[in-house]
Every structure is written in C-alpha cells, then in structure tokens.
Design a protein around this ligand. Structure first.
Ligand code: ADP
Length: 565
C-alpha cells in the first residue's frame, strides 16, 4: 500500500507539473540530450499540429536555425550541454506549414548521476512583435522622411515668402517711379493749367490724379504688409492724444459718411492719458477701421467709436457698426493679408457700390500696427446678414506706454519727408528774391520723369542743371556753383552715397544743401544718406508741393546759417 500511496503522490505531483507547463503560453519542449523529443506542452503540441506521442519519435534536429549566425541544432545543443544554457533568436520549423521566428531558451537538466539527462527548450513566438517592430521602424523611417520633407517644405515656404516679400517690395518701388510722373504731371495740370485744357479733358486729368492717388495708397499698403511680414515695421513714437488722432480721422471721413447719412458718434472717457505711439500709424488704424465700418454699413445708419482705459494701463478702443456683420468662420481670417470675405465684395448701398472690394490688406496692416505697439485686435459679430444687419465690433487694446526700443524708431527724417504743407504751392517764386539772377539747382538723377517734374515745378525760379551720371554730377557740382543739389540714391556707376561723401569732402560743395531722392524708405537707407552728409530725403513719388516745400526749407536753413549773428 505504501508503494501504491507513493505512486499516487508522484502521479499527482506529475499531474501538477503537467498542468503548470500546459498553462504556459510559450511552447515548452523537453528533449533527450540528443534532441529527441520526449515531452511537449499543450501550446507546443498545438503549434506542431501533432499529438505528443507522435512527436516522441522525432527530433528537434533540422527544425532550428539561429537567426544571427545560422547555427543549427548540433551547435546549439553543444552550447546547452557544455555551458548549461542557450538564448537566441531562431527560425523554428514546427511543421511544413508553420515556420516561425522565435526566441529560444535552452537549459540542460542534470540527473542523479551528474550527467545531462534532458534539455528543456522554451520557444516564444516573436513574429508578431517583430512585425510590430518592423512596422514601427517603417513608421519611424516614414516619420523621419516626412520630417525632413517638412523641414525642406518649411525652408522652401520661407524662401517663397521672402521672394514674395522681395517681389512686393521691388514691384512697389518700381511702380512708385512711374507714378511720380503720373501724379506730378496731373497735379501740375490741375493746379496751373486749368484754362489751357477743355473741361472734359480736365475731368479726365482729375480722374487720372485720383487713380494715381489710389494706386499710391495700394503701393504703400503693399510696402506696409511687406514690412510687417519681415518684422521691419518701424515706429516713430511720441506722446500723443489718441482721442484727438481718432477725431481727426473722423473729420477726414466726414464727406463720405455725410453723403450716406451715417453718423459717427464718439464715446470717449474724459481725462484719457497721453499715449506713447506712432501718430501716423495710429491714424492709419482708425482710418482703416472706420472706413470699413462705413463701407459695410447701410446708408442712414450709425457708427460708434468708444475709447476707455482698462485696468489702469491700457487703452481699449471699440469701433461698432450696424452693418452686414462677419461670419464666425471668417473672423480670424480677415486679419490675414489679401483676405477678403466673398459676399462682402458684392456689397452695395443706395449711395455707394463696393463691387470688386478693396485689396484685403487694411486689417492685416491694422493688426501689424497694433501688435507692433504691444497690443491685440479682435472682432465680435454674431454673423453676416445683408438683410438684418447684425453689425460688427472691432476691439483693440494697446498699453498706454508701450515699450518701443530706440531701434524701432523711424528716423525723424522720414516723418519730415511726409509732411504735406498746403501752403507750399506758390512759394516757388518766393524762393528767389532776385528773379533776374536765377540760382542753380543741380539734379543728379537718371530718372527722366523725375527730372521733368523738377524742371516744371522749379524752372520758373531756378536754372536747372541735370547730370544723368554720378561722374558728370560731381564735375558740375564743383564747377557750376549750385545753390542746392538733388541727388538720386541709386545710380549706375557712382551711387548717391559715394557722391554725397565726395561733395562733403570738398570746399566748393561742403555747405551746399543736398537732398536725396529715392523710392525706398528703408530706415537703414535713410540713415546711410544722412550719415553721408545729406540734409534731407525726398520720397518718390513726390508731389510738386512736397518738392517745393522741401527746397524752400533747405534754402531757408542755409540762409539762416549764413546770416551774421
Ligand atoms: P478690404 O481693403 O478689402 O476692405 P480689409 O483687410 O480691410 O480689406 O478687410 C478684410 C475683409 O474683412 C473685408 O473684405 C470684409 O469682408 C471684412 N470686413 C472688414 N471690416 C468689416 C466690417 N466692419 N463689417 C463687415 N465686414 C468687414
């Protein structure tokens, strides 16, 4: 009985072990030291597709091959029996239809006689995880490829954006030069030759002048957008009254709003503090927002502008209209350059038609200016409806005293060159106190149109000398005793800056007033001109009034310095 008892105990222990190895998901194979299969667990039997007893006559020999070095069973067996264990990645052939990629762990079992009695092999299928790994690797490679593509696309986009900005800037400058003559000639005709042309021609000239003005505005807008995109928008800040600036813009728009019977109401807090900002740029903001409000309002309606201090430290301005409104989906995009809302383009009222719309640049410039002052702009509207007119509210906030570094300041010369002096016309004659002796103005410029305008505007009071090259200009400057020199910044051969330096270095020309002409107003260009010794800078296209005004100022200044104390 004790025998049968011990048999039963052994059996049940064996049963337990059997259950344990059957519960293992990996394939477990027990072989003789030769590799002859003795026992397999349930998972292995399933993979072999054969019952355990049929497997007992077979060996692992020929079924296994190491992935890394191609070793077969004899080498693996030797390693297990010699070193006690083996671990590696193998291809294992369970049957003709099932060969799998596995990790193989092999251990030898030492019996009572201190000899290897068996080998236990555990196979874990890694085909699935390998597949996932391969897929992951592929995905990684794909991502790396996409990443480098993104980097390339990004660089390309940056290049295209730079090209676009350069194109805009070059195109605008190139347009400004011919515009000088269109503006200049039409102004001359309008101001001085009204009686010389018949009424219908005169009206045509007036519309040419208006178109030139519009084109001038568009070009300036394109240049502003380029400056904003290239983060080159420079400010000329001063302590200013924001409410006064807004009222001035309202006054300018008065004609348009009255014609359509739209009242512009101001609701400004009293005792608003001074604002430190660029007056001209802030006026551009008000003009754009208010003219949009008028443009998209029905006739006989109302536009309101509110201004108050928020949190003691920032201005909050709201331009409220009762116009067609803006769809929610468009409310951020309208601040993008060149973006216009399709329906708005067809908008028209009894008095005004806006077919064709604007250029889609206004709000992007407004946003650029506000952000440049450290502020933020947004719009609120419940949606667009041309029947019910839900209206729009444009809000912006700017710090009362934005921090604007000196680097950001536009040089004073630029603000001087934009001064439009209404009284300047008619001064040409006064420029010369002795009409019988005409002083000489030397123009060093190869731009024929600009030369012709100067001749027409200044010809009555001055002798105009023209040099179309820098070298000739220098020769004339030294020999013809000019009272003033107008000098083009960009000339073939000797450029304006070098000519100016040379003029300043010689006794004959050291004190002669020199004004530069240029279509560009980049601050570094202007600074270079002044550094080379220029007295002023005239931006093309210039009007006759501007030219006379500048020349008058320069000559007056010279006279003052020459007067005995
Ligand atoms: P544009 O010069 O074409 O008017 P903006 O940049 O000033 O360009 O405006 C962009 C778009 O925003 C306009 O085309 C218009 O659809 C919309 N918009 C601007 N202001 C208003 C407003 N007050 N009411 C309704 N729509 C507006």
């Amino acid at each position: 009985m004790p025998n049968s008892y011990s048999m039963t105990a052994r059996d049940s222990q064996r049963d337990l072990y059997r259950q344990i190895i059957d519960a293992i998901d990996d394939c477990v194979i027990v072989t003789a030291p030769s590799g002859l299969i003795r026992e397999v667990n349930a998972a292995a039997a399933r993979r072999f597709g054969a019952a355990e007893n049929t497997l007992r006559t077979t060996s692992v020999e020929g079924r296994v091959e190491a992935v890394d070095d191609g070793r077969g069973w004899p080498e693996i067996r030797r390693e297990i029996l010699g070193g006690g264990s083996y671990r590696g990645r193998v291809h294992f052939r369970f049957n003709n239809a099932d060969e799998s990629y596995c990790t193989l762990t092999g251990h030898r079992i030492i019996g009572d006689r201190d000899e290897a009695e068996a080998i236990v092999l555990t196979l874990r299928d890694i085909a699935e995880s390998q597949k996932v790994m391969i897929e992951l690797e592929q995905k990684n490679l794909e991502m790396a490829r996409m990443n480098s593509e993104l980097v390339r696309t990004n660089a390309e986009l940056k290049r295209v954006s730079e090209l676009k900005s350069n194109f805009l800037s070059i195109a605008s400058h190139e347009l400004k030069t011919p515009l000088t003559s269109i503006k200049g000639y039409s102004e001359i005709i309008i101001e001085n030759m009204k009686d010389a042309v018949n009424a219908s021609v005169f009206r045509m000239i007036e519309s040419i002048a208006r178109a030139a003005d519009r084109l001038h505005k568009v070009i300036n807008n394109m240049l502003d957008v380029t400056r904003i995109e290239q983060k080159r928008l420079r400010l000329n800040p001063e302590q200013m009254d924001l409410a006064v600036a807004a009222r001035e813009c309202i006054e300018e728009l008065g004609q348009f709003s009255t014609k359509r019977n739209i009242r512009i109401l101001c609701d400004f807090d009293e005792n608003l503090p001074k604002f430190y900002g660029d007056r001209m740029r802030m006026q551009q903001v008000f003009t754009n927002l208010l003219s949009n409000a008028l443009k998209y309002s029905p006739d006989n309606s109302e536009v309101r502008i509110r201004m108050f201090i928020e949190g003691g430290e920032r201005f909050h301005v709201i331009v409220i209209d009762k116009g067609i409104g803006i769809d929610k989906s468009e409310q951020t995009r309208i601040f993008d350059p060149f973006y216009e809302v399709g329906n708005a383009l067809r908008h028209s009222t009894d008095f005004a038609k806006f077919m064709g719309g604007g250029t889609g640049l206004g709000l992007s410039i407004v946003k650029g200016i506000i952000e440049r002052h450290g502020g933020r702009i947004w719009v609120y509207s419940t949606g667009m409806d041309e029947q019910t007119f839900p209206g729009s509210e444009f809000h912006f906030v700017v710090p009362v005293q934005p921090k604007i570094s000196w680097d950001d300041n536009e040089t004073r010369s630029i603000s001087l060159s934009t001064i439009q002096d209404q009284e300047a016309a008619g001064r040409a004659a006064q420029l010369n106190e002795h009409p019988d002796i005409k002083p000489t103005i030397l123009i060093i410029d190869d731009d024929r149109e600009a030369i012709e305008i100067c001749k027409m505007v200044l010809g009555a009071a001055f002798d105009i000398l023209v040099a179309e090259s820098g070298e000739n200009g220098l020769r004339m400057a030294f020999t013809r005793n000019p009272a003033l020199i107008l000098l083009d910044l960009y000339m073939p051969g000797l450029d304006g800056i070098r000519i100016c330096r040379l003029l300043r270095s010689q006794d004959e020309t050291r004190d002669v007033p020199i004004a530069f002409f240029s279509a560009g107003t980049q601050s570094d260009e202007v600074q270079q001109c002044f550094a080379s010794g220029a007295d002023d800078f005239i931006v093309k296209p210039f009007s006759g009034k501007e030219l006379i005004d500048k020349i008058w100022r320069l000559l007056m200044k010279k006279k003052e310095t020459e007067m005995p104390p």
